[in-house]
Design a protein around this ligand. Structure first.
Ligand code: ADP
Ligand code: ADP
Length: 226
């Protein structure tokens, strides 16, 4: 587990767009922080900078006790869950979940025991030999979660992971994400434009607008002072 600390982080894209302005934010070890705000406010950019998928233009990013500004994504001990799932269509569920571990050269039986454990947590045990194309939206989302979980990272980064699901499934998966992250106690930063999702999931909620952090509060404070 690890704390994540952003100190005056800024992002200017090559075309001059200032997507994030002087963002300072501390996420405690084991905390579930939701970054919420309207489309285009810079949430994904902020998350992608933490993930190491986007260069940081200004400021300092700590993960644990390390400054990671110039540390490549794979060495940051973070795992990202995307809204598009990004599953490999030609691999079955087992291989999709285990793929990242195989790249890292982990032994086959270690991979198998990790994948089986994660699959059990996510209710995927029956589906390990199926390919993504034959799975439901909720099952695909679970595989995407499994790919992050199997790495046992210090930090989960989730970018609108439920936005491709219908309303009913979204509520169900929301509960599942809450259950899993509480149980594992892994620090989580979760991006959404959905205020209900933010209020339901967050230990604290960080509200962004036009690249600027407006406020950070526990959900109850936001209900009381919207
Ligand atoms: P959100 O996740 O809140 O929808 P984004 O972080 O995706 O917001 O985008 C923030 C701003 O940065 C928007 O104005 C968007 O158009 C712009 N932006 C995002 N990606 C790029 C890029 N690769 N190049 C230039 N501008 C970008
Ligand atoms: P990790 O879980 O370690 O982040 P990913 O599954 O995201 O790994 O991707 C691992 C590597 O596989 C990346 O270098 C990526 O470029 C590559 N990759 C991406 N798409 C595919 C694909 N469809 N089939 C095989 N490899 C892919």
């Amino acid at each position: 587990m690890a704390e994540v600390a952003l100190a005056e982080i800024g992002k200017r894209y090559a075309d001059g767009t200032r997507a994030v302005e002087s963002l300072s934010l501390q996420v405690a070890d084991g905390e579930f922080l939701v970054l919420v705000g309207p489309s285009g406010c810079g949430k994904s950019t902020a998350l992608r900078m933490i993930a190491g998928l986007e260069d940081i233009s200004e400021g300092t990013l700590h993960i644990g006790d390390r400054v990671v500004n110039s540390v490549p994504s794979r060495d940051r001990d973070v795992a990202m869950v995307f809204q598009s799932y990004a599953l490999y269509p030609h691999l079955d569920v087992f291989d999709n979940i285990g793929f990242g571990l195989r790249l890292r050269g982990m032994r086959r039986d270690d991979i198998a025991s990790r994948v089986n454990r994660v699959a059990a947590t996510l209710g995927l045990t029956e589906h390990l030999r199926r390919r993504p194309g034959s799975l439901s939206g909720g099952q695909r989302q679970r595989v995407a979660m499994g790919r992050a979980m199997v790495r046992e990272p210090a930090v989960y980064l989730m970018d609108e992971p439920l936005s491709n699901l219908d309303a009913k499934l979204r509520v169900q998966m929301r509960a599942e994400i809450a259950r899993i992250t509480r149980r594992t106690g892994v620090t989580t930063i979760y991006v959404t434009h959905d205020q209900t999702e933010a209020m339901t999931l967050g230990d604290r909620v960080a509200v962004m607008r036009k690249g600027v952090l407006q406020q950070v509060a526990v959900p109850q404070e936001l209900y009381d002072n919207p």
